[in-house]
Design a protein around this ligand. Structure first.
Ligand code: SIN
Length: 560
């Protein structure tokens, strides 16, 4: 490995939080943004529904705060939520100035009515406040605007197809990162050859921001892209940073459930525009679960779908045997082709249409409310290390994130973390003495690569069965046993001295999975996205607190 150049700031992740932070940091220093695929491949890019923001002044902001707090089931950090909803409008206005185009009303001739933004409603929002772009491609538009703005900045450089192999910690402070080439998966174009050498280099930086998103890939059913393997969270934990609230994984109620198809997200905005849910007997079953029906909080809708899917039939929540459908056939006042062009095009590949067909759905892992514990300035428990966006846990979402608050979170807390980094980073960074790196690491052999793939598949299935929508002590303990076997096999493969992006991802997923299992075992109550069948009630006396996971795997609870 060689020592690479020194930079002022290193940002891991090119989603909304990482890019927004990079733009702020570049006002005062050189920034390197590292992403393991191309710039377009992030959770941000795939976000459909929109960005929740209160642009109409104080009353509007107060209502957004109330909805955020209510959705979080007693665990939202109020100062974090206040920062989100009150700074959100400024961050969105700035984004519009930088070129993001949100959908606007049009006059009779089809001309845009400037500044008159269209807004939709999603679950647990008391009113329609969600901006969207190109109908159902909000994340792609935000990503496009931020990438274009950041690319034009002379102090921001990008390292695509590059992964962070480890954080450099010296004198109790994170001082940079070791980077490695992040080759494509085996058999894909650009995949590294059998046992090929891996290019590595060390980058020294004044401070490091982890904005690498979530870890939906730890579950077999997820709406997340393949890159969401929890790498940043695992790296931070390995370096000694504290994780928090890892038991709270949000399951999106409506992922596409079609044999052989990916769990494509069918946006909550569909329900916001009138779609209802039906079981296989044609009943609109949400009437039995919540007064807000299909627009109830996400965790309630997801559990209702799972329960309907297993009602009076063999099967389990992990593998429900009865289909559940999203029904939009009755919606007449929305031009579905313009409002949901991306979803429409995807469904057409399977011969389905929103206006004509019942669309089969089931819940899938979607968003991690927990993550690397930070304060409101993105500071982790390790000096020199900051985190923002889905990888971080500020407590802003509590036990259950309000729909479409995540893009706003990335903007607000990405900017906040950058401001802390600017204020606190020692300058210039002092490089620790260059170690003797030895010969270049080599890629896994094909056989080792295949073994890693099968271990990943087993881990994902085990997590879905043991720590999915409904969990209980016995399932969580079984999950830990299975994970112990996976870990032993991964350690054996790593002992060959070979490595690869997929091996590193498997190790990261395993670390994140363990954190989810241990935190879920410790929280012996049900709250928000965490539902324990053996402790089905909320227990405020003991658990109106955040969980914190120490380095040695111990979990404690703290009010903050
Ligand atoms: C959706 O469009 O349903 C997803 C939005 C979100 O996760 O907040």
């Amino acid at each position: 490995m060689e020592n690479g150049p020194q930079v002022d700031f290193l940002v891991m992740g090119a989603g909304v939080a990482g890019l927004r932070a990079a733009i702020e940091l570049a006002q005062h220093g050189e920034v390197l943004v590292v992403t393991k695929e191309s710039l377009r491949e992030s959770n941000t890019h795939y976000a459909q529904g929109g960005i929740a923001v209160a642009m109409e002044g104080k009353k509007d902001i107060a209502l957004h705060l109330e909805d955020t707090v209510n959705a979080g089931d007693g665990l939202v950090s109020r100062p974090a939520a206040e920062a989100l909803v009150s700074e959100g409008p400024l961050r969105v206005a700035e984004l519009i100035e930088w070129g993001a185009n949100f959908d606007q009303a049009v006059d009779a001739e089809g001309h845009r009515l400037s500044g008159l933004y269209l807004r939709t409603r999603e679950g647990a929002h008391s009113l329609a406040r969600i901006l969207h772009a190109s109908g159902d491609a909000t994340g792609a538009e935000i990503s496009r605007a931020l990438v274009a703005f950041a690319r034009a900045h002379h102090r921001i450089r990008f390292a695509e197809w590059t992964r962070v192999a480890g954080l450099v910690v010296a004198e109790g402070r994170v001082m940079g990162a070791d980077l490695a080439s992040a080759e494509a998966a085996p058999h894909e174009p650009g995949a590294a050859g059998d046992n090929a050498p891996i290019a590595e280099r060390r980058i020294i930086a004044s401070s490091v921001l982890i904005a690498s998103g979530g870890a939906g890939q730890v579950y077999s059913d997820t709406t997340n892209p393949a890159v969401a393997t929890g790498d940043g969270i695992a790296l931070a934990a390995e370096a000694g940073a504290e994780l928090a609230d890892m038991e709270f994984y949000q399951f999106h109620p409506t992922a596409f459930a079609f044999e052989g198809a990916p769990r494509f997200l069918l946006s909550e905005a569909l329900r916001g525009e009138g779609a209802c849910l039906r079981n296989d007997r044609g009943e609109r079953f949400m009437e039995r679960y919540h007064p807000l029906l299909e627009l109830a909080p996400r965790d309630v809708v997801a559990r209702a779908i799972a329960l309907e899917g297993m009602a009076d039939a063999p099967g389990s929540v992990a593998a429900p045997s009865r289909p559940v459908y999203l029904d939009m056939r009755h919606v007449r006042d929305v031009d579905l082709a313009t409002r949901f062009p991306g979803i429409g095009a995807f469904l057409a590949r399977y011969g389905l249409s929103l206006s004509r067909d019942l669309i089969p759905v089931r819940p899938a892992a979607h968003y991690l409310m927990g993550g690397i514990r930070t304060d409101l300035g993105g500071r982790t428990s390790l000096a020199g290390l900051y985190a923002a966006g889905e990888a971080a846990c500020t407590g802003v979402h509590g036990a259950n994130r309000l729909a479409s608050n995540s893009l706003l979170e990335g903007l607000v807390f990405g900017a906040r973390a950058a401001r802390s980094m600017l204020a606190e980073s020692p300058s210039p960074a002092t490089a620790p003495a260059a170690p003797d790196f030895g010969p270049a690491a080599r890629h896994l052999t094909m056989a080792e690569g295949e073994r890693v793939e099968s271990l990943i598949v087993a881990l994902e299935a085990s997590m879905w069965a043991s720590a999915g929508l409904l969990r209980e002590e016995s399932s969580l303990r079984q999950g830990l046993v299975a994970l112990g076997e996976t870990d032993a096999a991964l350690t054996e493969i790593a002992a060959s001295g070979h490595t690869s992006r997929r091996l590193a991802e498997a190790q990261a997923m395993s670390r994140v999975a363990r954190a989810i299992l241990l935190s879920s075992l410790a929280r012996t109550e049900s709250r928000g996205a965490h539902f324990r069948s053996d402790h089905p009630h909320r227990d405020d006396a003991n658990f109106r607190k955040h969980s914190a996971l120490g380095r040695e795997g111990s979990v404690h609870f703290e009010a903050w």
